[in-house]
Design a protein. Structure first.
Lengths: 383, 423
C-alpha cells in the first residue's frame, strides 16, 4: 500500500459515511412525508400567516404572508440582541474596571456580582424577572411616573413616542455630519504626519455633530414632538395608557436577564484585557512625556482593545443566540413565531427548523468573518 | 495627589483629626443603621432633604479627615489603604456600605423573620415574607419530578452507584493505569447507562416500569447533563482529531460539523430534536423524547468539546509529534499512546467548564416539554392551590443552581492552577 492510497482511503470512507447518513435521513424523510401527505417546498412562505404578534417594530397583521412574519420576527430578535449588547457592554466595562479597583469594597462587590449572575442559568434568570420581579409592579392606575413622563407598570413600560416631521432630512444631515467628520479625521492625520500639527479633533467633531442636525431643525423644517402616555379607563377596573410607546414586560425581562448575564462575561474579558498590558508600557509612555490622557488613548486602549474585542464579540454572538430563549416567555422572536406558531400551523417541520437554524448560522458566520478580518487588521505586524 | 495636600493642611494635630473623623464616620453609619433596622430617624428634626443626605456628607467629611499617609494605628492604616485612598473612592465606599445596610433588613425579614415554613397548605402562609411551606410541600416534586414517591430510592441509589463507579479510577493499581482512559471513555459510559436504564427506568429484575415522562426535577437535569457529557466526549475527541488532520476531506467535514453546531442556538437544536428528528427516522421506529433530546444535546455539545480538545492538542509542543514519528509510530499509535494522554490532561479544566455550561443549559429542555426543575416550577406556579409563589420557587431554584455551578467553577479553577504549575 503506497502513500497515496493511504491518504485516499480514509477520506473516501469519511465521505461515504457522511453521504450514507444524509442519504438515510433523506430517504426516511421522503417516506415519512409521503405517508403523511406532506410535500416539501417553500411555497408556504407566500401564504397568509393568519396569526397575530404582540409586539412588532414594523406594521404586521394576520393577513400578511409567512415571509413577512419571518422578517418581523427576525427584527424582534435583532432588537433584543441590540439592546442587550448595548447594556451588557456598559455594565460589563464598569464591572470589569471595578474588579481592578484599588478599593477593597468595590473590587469585591464587583467580583460577587460576577460570581452571582454567572452561575445561575439564564433561563431561570429570565423566568425570575418575568414571572416574579416584573409581576410585582403596580397596575397602570397605581403607577408612579418615572422621570415625570414614563410609567413602569405590570403591563409594560410606557415611554413617550417621538413624532417626527421630515425625518429623512434630519437623517441626511446626520449622515452628512458623520461623513464630514470622517473626512476631517483623515485630513488631520495627514496634517499631523506631514507638518506635526494637531487639530482639536474632539471639539470639531462634536461641533459638526451638533450644528448640522441642529440646522435641519431651524432651516430644514424638521420638527420633533413627544406624545406623552395618558391614563385611560377602559372599563371600571381596567386601565391602560394611551399614546406613547409600550415596551412589553417580555422585552424588559429578556433584555434585563440577557444583559446582566452576559455583562459578567464581558467584565471578565475587559479585566483580562487591562491586566494583559504590562506596567512598563505605561511607565515608558510617561517617561516619553505623554500626558495621562494621551497614555490612555494612544498606549493603553489600542493594546487592551486588541485583547478585549475578540472574546467580547464572541460574547455578543452568545447573547444573540441566547436571545432565542425569548420563546420560553412568549416574546415574539424568530424561534417563537417561526419555529413555534408557524410550524404548528403549517406542519412544515424540516423547512421551518432549517430556515431558523440557517438564519442564526448566517448571523454567527457573518460575525465570525468580520472578527477574523478585524483580527488580521489589528494583529501586530512582524517584520 | 489631592489627598496629600488635603492631609497637609490637617496634619498639625493628627490625633484630634483622627478622633473627629472617626466620630463623624461613626455617627453617619449609626444613623443609617438605626434608620434601616428600627425605622427611626435620629436626624428627623432637620429638613427632609438635609436629613437624607447628611449621613453621606458627614461620612465623607469623616473619611476625608482621617485620611493620612501614616498614623501608626494598624486598623486605620489598613482602612486608608484599602477603602479610603481618595475622595472618589471614599464616596463609593460609603455608598456601598449604606446600600448594604439598607438592603439587609428587608431581605432578612422577607427570607427569615416574616417567612413561614410550618403547615402543608397555602393557608399556613400568613406572614408578609416568603412562604417556604410551598417549597417544603413541593420539594420532592422539584427534585424527582412526577416519579412515584415510594420509588425515589431507585433514583438515589442509581446516582450513588454512578458516582461511586466514577471514583473507581482512583483505586487502579499502577499496572492497570494504562486502561484508565479506556475505562472512562468507553466502559464507564456503558455501565452508567445500564445502571440508569435498569434502575430508574425499571421494567426488569422485578422493578416497576416508570416511563420517562414521569422523570423530572433536578434529577433529570443531572441525568441529561451527565449523559450528554460522557457521550459528547468521545465524539468531540474524534472531531478534534479530524479538524487537525491533514486529509482535506476529513478536515473540511469536521470543520463544517463544528462550525454548524456552534453557530446555532441550543433551543433550535431542541426544536429540531422534537419535531424534525422523528421525520428522519424510519417508519414505526419509535424513539423516546428524552433519548432524542439527549442525542441532540450531545451532538450540539460535541462541537464545543471538540474545540476544547483541539486547544489541548495545539498546546502540545511539536517535538512530541516528531519524537513519536521518529520511533516509527503510525497515526493511531502516536495519538493513543503519546499525544492524547498528554493533551487530555491539559484540557481537563476546559472540559469542566464545558460541563458547567452544559448544566446551565439543561433547564432549556423545558421548552420541548420535559419537566426538569424549571418545568416543575412552571407546573407548581400554575397549580390553583398554590398561586402566587413564583418568587419563592425561582429563588429556591436559583440558590440550588448557584451552589452547584459555583462549586464547579471553583473546582475547575483549582484544576487549572494545579495543571498550570505541573508543566
Amino acid at each position: 500500500m503506497n502513500n497515496k492510497t493511504k491518504r485516499i482511503i480514509p477520506q473516501l470512507l469519511t465521505i461515504l459515511f457522511v453521504v450514507f447518513v444524509f442519504g438515510f435521513f433523506t430517504f426516511n424523510a421522503q417516506v415519512n412525508m409521503d405517508n403523511r401527505g406532506i410535500d416539501f417546498g417553500f411555497g408556504f412562505l407566500k401564504q397568509e400567516a393568519s396569526f397575530d404578534m404582540q409586539f412588532t417594530l414594523l406594521d404586521y397583521d394576520g393577513q400578511d404572508s409567512y415571509l413577512w412574519a419571518y422578517v418581523v420576527a427576525l427584527l424582534n430578535t435583532l432588537l433584543v440582541s441590540f439592546l442587550g449588547i448595548i447594556f451588557c457592554t456598559i455594565l460589563g466595562v464598569i464591572i470589569g474596571v471595578a474588579r481592578l479597583s484599588s478599593n477593597y469594597l468595590i473590587r469585591n462587590s464587583a467580583a460577587w456580582y460576577v460570581e452571582f449572575f454567572r452561575n445561575i442559568p439564564l433561563l431561570l434568570q429570565i423566568f425570575f424577572w418575568y414571572y416574579a420581579a416584573l409581576r410585582a409592579l403596580p397596575l397602570p392606575e397605581g403607577a408612579e411616573p418615572w422621570f415625570g413622563v414614563t410609567y413602569m407598570t405590570i403591563k409594560g413600560y410606557y415611554i413617550p413616542a417621538m413624532i417626527w416631521q421630515n425625518l429623512n432630512i434630519f437623517m441626511y444631515c446626520l449622515i452628512a455630519a458623520v461623513v464630514s467628520i470622517v473626512f476631517i479625521r483623515t485630513y488631520a492625520k495627514k496634517l499631523q504626519e506631514k507638518e506635526g500639527k494637531q487639530l482639536p479633533l474632539l471639539y470639531i467633531s462634536l461641533a459638526i455633530l451638533i450644528i448640522l442636525p441642529g440646522l435641519s431643525f431651524l432651516v430644514g423644517g424638521v420638527t420633533l414632538d413627544f406624545e406623552i402616555p395618558v391614563l385611560k379607563q377602559l372599563a371600571t377596573t381596567s386601565y391602560i395608557y394611551e399614546g406613547g410607546v409600550r415596551l412589553p414586560p417580555e422585552l424588559i425581562a429578556l433584555v434585563l436577564a440577557l444583559s446582566l448575564y452576559t455583562s459578567t462575561f464581558v467584565a471578565e474579558c475587559v479585566r483580562a484585557g487591562i491586566q494583559g498590558i504590562s506596567k512598563g508600557q505605561k511607565e515608558a509612555a510617561a517617561s516619553v512625556g505623554l500626558t495621562p490622557n494621551q497614555i490612555l488613548k494612544l498606549i493603553i486602549m489600542p493594546q487592551a482593545l486588541r485583547i478585549i474585542i475578540p472574546p467580547t464579540t464572541n460574547q455578543y454572538l452568545n447573547l444573540t443566540k441566547n436571545s432565542s430563549l425569548a420563546a420560553a416567555i412568549a416574546y415574539p422572536d424568530l424561534v417563537l413565531v417561526f419555529a413555534g406558531t408557524a410550524l404548528m400551523q403549517t406542519g412544515k417541520a424540516i423547512e421551518i427548523v432549517g430556515i431558523t437554524m440557517l438564519t442564526y448560522l448566517s448571523i454567527s458566520l457573518a460575525i465570525a468573518a468580520l472578527m477574523n478580518w478585524y483580527n488580521k487588521k489589528i494583529e501586530i505586524k512582524e517584520k | 495627589m489631592r489627598s496629600i495636600s488635603f492631609n497637609q493642611i490637617q496634619s498639625k494635630n493628627p490625633l484630634t483629626n483622627m478622633y473627629l473623623g472617626s466620630f463623624l464616620l461613626a455617627i453617619s453609619i449609626f444613623d443609617v443603621l438605626i434608620y434601616a433596622f428600627f425605622n427611626t430617624n435620629i436626624l428627623s428634626f432637620l429638613p427632609s432633604k438635609l436629613s437624607t443626605f447628611l449621613p453621606l456628607v458627614l461620612g465623607f467629611i469623616g473619611l476625608g479627615i482621617i485620611r493620612m499617609e501614616y498614623s501608626g494605628i494598624a486598623i486605620l492604616d489598613k482602612l486608608n489603604k484599602n477603602i479610603n485612598t481618595n475622595n472618589f473612592n471614599a464616596l463609593l465606599t460609603l455608598l456601598i456600605i449604606f446600600a448594604f445596610i439598607k438592603a439587609t433588613p428587608p431581605s432578612l425579614s422577607w427570607m427569615i423573620f416574616d417567612a413561614n415554613i410550618s403547615g402543608d397548605t397555602k393557608e399556613a402562609c400568613t406572614g408578609t415574607g416568603a412562604c417556604w411551606t410551598y417549597i417544603k410541600v413541593w420539594f420532592k416534586r422539584f427534585m424527582y419530578g412526577m416519579y412515584p414517591n415510594d420509588l425515589h430510592w431507585r433514583i438515589n441509589s442509581a446516582f450513588i452507584l454512578v458516582i461511586a463507579l466514577g471514583f473507581v479510577g482512583y483505586f487502579f493499581k499502577e499496572n492497570m493505569k494504562k486502561y484508565l482512559a479506556l475505562y472512562y471513555v468507553i466502559i464507564y459510559p456503558i455501565i452508567a447507562f445500564l445502571i440508569i436504564y435498569y434502575l430508574i427506568s425499571g421494567g426488569s429484575f422485578g422493578l416497576v416500569w416508570v416511563e420517562t415522562g414521569a422523570w423530572g426535577g433536578l434529577s433529570l437535569t443531572f441525568i441529561v447533563s451527565f449523559f450528554c457529557l460522557i457521550f459528547c466526549f468521545p465524539l468531540g475527541m474524534i472531531l478534534a482529531l479530524g479538524r487537525r488532520s491533514n486529509l482535506p476531506a476529513v478536515r473540511y467535514i469536521s470543520v463544517g460539523y463544528i462550525e454548524f453546531w456552534r453557530g446555532v442556538p441550543l433551543i433550535t437544536v431542541l426544536f429540531m430534536s422534537s419535531v424534525m428528528f422523528p421525520m428522519f427516522l424510519p417508519e414505526d421506529f419509535f424513539m423516546d423524547k428524552l433519548v432524542r433530546v439527549i442525542i441532540a444535546i450531545t451532538l450540539f455539545e460535541a462541537a464545543y468539546c471538540a474545540e476544547v480538545i483541539r486547544g489541548g492538542l495545539q498546546a502540545l509542543p511539536r517535538g512530541q509529534y516528531d519524537a513519536a514519528k521518529s520511533l516509527g509510530m503510525g497515526y493511531w499509535k502516536m495519538h493513543i499512546f503519546v499525544i492524547l494522554p498528554q493533551a487530555l490532561k491539559l484540557v481537563i479544566p476546559g472540559i469542566a467548564n464545558t460541563f458547567l455550561a452544559l448544566v446551565k443549559d439543561t433547564p432549556l429542555i423545558f421548552v420541548v416539554g420535559l419537566a426538569e426543575i424549571a418545568g416543575m416550577l412552571a407546573l407548581a406556579k400554575t397549580n390553583p392551590k398554590w398561586l402566587g409563589f413564583a418568587m419563592e420557587g425561582y429563588i429556591f431554584a436559583a440558590i440550588i443552581f448557584w451552589i452547584i455551578c459555583y462549586a464547579m467553577s471553583k473546582y475547575s479553577y483549582n484544576l487549572e492552577n494545579k495543571y498550570k504549575t505541573e508543566r
